[in-house]
Design a protein around this ligand. Sequence first.
Ligand SMILES: [Zn+2]
Length: 79
Amino acid sequence: MQLNELNNEKLSSLVEMIRLTKPEELTCDDLLAYVATYADACVKDLPVPVGSEPVQQHLSICSECMEEFQSLVNVLRLR
Ligand SMILES: [Zn+2]
């Protein structure tokens, strides 16, 4: 039954991939709750915080939040 096991494994990794790439329903207000933590990690070269995929996703599609994020990074770098 090796073939079945392989298929199940492939299937679950495919499901995982879809889950991770699925655009999350993150609003600009939601993003502001996470953007400080995310910017802090970026400035300090820390690993990207767990669960920040939706934040990255939102930043890639929302120029207003991207501006917010970049100015936050600039402020943090000046410290
Ligand atoms: Zn936004």
